[in-house]
Each structure stands twice: as structure tokens, then as C-alpha cells.
Design a protein around this ligand. Structure first.
Ligand SMILES: Cc1cc2nc3c(=O)[nH]c(=O)nc-3n(C[C@H](O)[C@H](O)[C@H](O)COP(=O)(O)O)c2cc1C
Length: 326
């Protein structure tokens, strides 16, 4: 359906995955997705044009349903993009608008029931996101249990997300019935992502036990949206103070740094520190999933796609060879 050679989709990562990264994934035989939500129409058009300047292959535009999205969706249709990925909740009208506009729709879900609803509304592909995932995490079910449940519930291709970071993970989710993997955190250790070096170093150093899932820790600018990040000083301060509510948090409202354009970054703000961010980057929302322990080295995105693909192939072939011996 996506016309790709390798069953690897790069996850859209707001503030991290720009045109260069997305094109590199598609050019390597995978499928790139670009987050363009929260931007004025002209920036959206420019973002799409930039990817197209770097690849003739397919990619998707990611739409966040928690923010106004109608204009973004209309722009994707006008620009004739190949596919959109819809994230954060179920909006049958958004699926219908995209389908009527001729786009392939990938819908992100966290349960089998949500997958059924999305398919009933016309979604072409389901992205099932497990709780291990980095960034904002919609559901509460872990990937291992979620994928077979979703695969059994719908008759469209299912893409597995959350905790998949190497060839073994890709092979595992294919065994669970997924058609492909949707990979975020591992790609944070790629050359083309535009994240701050302190954040990237944090990714390279963290083990599988050094992420935290919270309901509403980084609530400023995107409240009531559970998420998984690296453990850091902000989380530590807040936990030591007994998880106080919004207004009573230690240092709430404090400016801890600035974005490259000079806009302040507040403590507890939902913000991906990009290169060029200044201030106390360690204290910002450093999104990461539990697969972070497998992101050990910065590599070109294409090499990550190729390594995951060929390692998955080896694991699967070894599995067949072993099973012949029984
Ligand atoms: C830094 C970061 C930013 C993210 N931003 C988005 C986003 O803008 N839109 C979206 O649909 N998902 C976003 N996600 C979630 C990913 O799409 C995906 O579900 C997740 O990364 C998969 O799990 P993994 O990190 O274990 O590979 C983000 C994840 C990370 C780590």
C-alpha cells in the first residue's frame, strides 16, 4: 500500500524530524513521516516542498488532533500528499476529510477497540502504539500485548510502535502479526535529527530503566497528555515535592532556557529541545521510549534503516533454520 521496500516507518517526532531526516528514511527504502502540526500554512507548504526536493518517494504528513488541524488537513489535500498520519484521539470526520481528499490514512491507536473505530471510519492502516513508546503516549497497553489484539481486531495492515529499536524488535512485531514497525527513539540517535546535543547525549547514555511515564508532568502548552521522557532534574524535583498539582509545583513558571528564535522555555513545558536551544536543556522534556537502551551510537538514518532491516532478516532466517532442526 505504501510502496516501500523495507517494513520500517520512521515515527513523526515533533521538533526533531525535519525534511532531511524524512527524505533519508524514504530514500533508504523505509517510509518517512513529517510532523507539520502547529505551523502556519506557509510553513506546512514549505515543509512538504522541502521533503519533495530531497526525495521522489512516498512519505506521510503527521497531524496532531489535539490542536486545530482542519487547515493542515486541507493543505495536505491541496498539496496532494501521499498520506497523512492522525494522532491523539479518534476523529471520524478527520479520517473522512482525508479519504475524500484522496489521501491514505494512517490512524494511531492504543487499543483494539479504537483500531476498529478507526477502520470503520475509513482508516487504511492502523498504527498501534504501545506504552513503552517515547513522546506522548495515547494508551496504556504494552506493545507485546497490544499488537496481536489489534491484528486480530481489524483486517487492514497494522504498524507496531513502541519499544522497537533494532532488528530483533522488528522481527518480533512481524511475528506478532504486524506488517511493519514505527520507530521513534532509535532514530533520535541519527545524524539527521535536529535535537540539542545534550538531549542526544542523554539518549546515548540512558538505559532501558531510565525513562519515566507521567500523566501530566510537561503540561505547559499541551496539558492532559501522558508522555514518556528521560528521567531528569525536573522530574526529580517534582517527585521529591510529592507530585504537586500544576500551580504548586517547585519552580513552576520559571524560564529555564530559550528556543533558537528567542522564545522562552518554561519549566514543565512540552518542548523538544532542538539544536540552537539555550539554557538548562537537561531540565527540559527529553522525550524517549524504553527502547532507548538500544540507541548506542549516532548513525546516518539510512544506516539505521538498513541495519534494522538486515538484522531482522537474519533473525527470521535463523529462526526458520533452527525450527528445521527440531
Ligand atoms: C521526540 C519524540 C517526539 C514525538 N512527537 C510525535 C509527534 O509529533 N506526532 C506523533 O504522532 N507522535 C510523536 N511521537 C510518538 C511517536 O510517533 C512514536 O509513537 C514513538 O516514538 C514510538 O515509540 P519508540 O519511541 O519507542 O520508538 C514522538 C516521540 C518522540 C520520542
Amino acid at each position: 500500500m505504501l510502496n516501500i521496500e523495507k517494513p520500517i516507518l520512521s515515527a513523526p517526532m515533533g521538533g526533531a524530524t525535519g525534511p532531511e531526516f524524512v527524505a533519508a528514511v524514504s530514500n533508504a527504502g523505509g517510509f518517512g513521516t513529517i510532523p507539520l502540526w502547529g505551523q502556519p500554512v506557509e510553513r506546512v507548504r514549505f515543509g512538504i516542498a522541502q521533503v519533495r526536493a530531497l526525495t521522489d518517494l512516498n512519505f506521510a504528513v503527521n497531524v496532531n488532533l489535539a490542536f486545530p488541524y482542519q487547515e493542515l488537513l486541507e493543505t495536505c489535500i491541496q498539496e496532494n500528499v501521499f498520506a497523512v498520519s492522525l494522532f491523539w484521539g479518534h476523529e471520524p470526520s478527520a479520517i473522512k476529510t482525508a479519504k475524500d481528499g484522496g489521501l491514505i490514512v494512517l490512524a494511531s491507536v492504543g487499543t483494539a477497540d479504537e483500531a476498529k473505530q478507526a477502520v470503520d471510519a475509513g482508516a487504511d492502516i492502523i498504527v498501534a502504539q504501545g506504552w513503552e513508546a517515547g513522546g506522548h503516549v495515547w494508551g496504556n497497553v504494552a506493545t507485546m500485548a497490544l499488537i496481536p489484539a489489534v491484528v486480530d481486531a481489524v483486517d487492514v495492515p497494522v504498524v507496531a510502535a513502541g519499544g522497537i529499536a533494532d532488528g530483533r524488535g522488528l522481527a518480533a512485531v512481524l511475528m506478532l502479526g504486524a506488517s511493519a514497525a514505527w520507530i521513534g527513539t532509535r532514530f533520535l540517535a541519527s545524524e539527521e535529527v535536529a535535537i540539542h546535543e545534550t538531549y542526544q547525549q542523554g539518549i546515548l547514555n540512558a538505559s532501558e530503566s531510565q525513562t519515566e511515564w507521567h500523566n501530566d508532568l510537561y503540561y505547559v502548552k499541551w496539558p492532559n497528555a501522558p508522555h514518556r521522557t528521560l528521567s531528569n532534574s525536573t522530574a526529580q524535583k517534582w517527585k521529591s515535592a510529592g507530585h504537586p498539582l500544576t500551580s504548586e509545583r517547585p519552580n513552576a513558571g520559571e524560564i529555564i532556557g530559550h528556543k533558537p528564535d528567542g522564545e522562552p522555555v518554561l519549566r514543565y513545558q512540552s518542548y523538544t529541545p532542538s539544536s540552537g536551544t539555550t539554557g538548562d536543556v537537561e531540565a527540559m522534556s527529553l522525550w524517549a521510549g524504553q527502547g532507548v537502551g538500544l540507541a548506542r551510537k549516532i548513525m546516518p538514518a539510512a544506516d539505521i534503516v538498513n541495519e534494522i532491516y538486515s538484522d531482522a532478516k537474519k533473525v527470521i532466517q535463523a529462526g526458520y533454520a533452527n525450527s528445521k532442526n527440531f
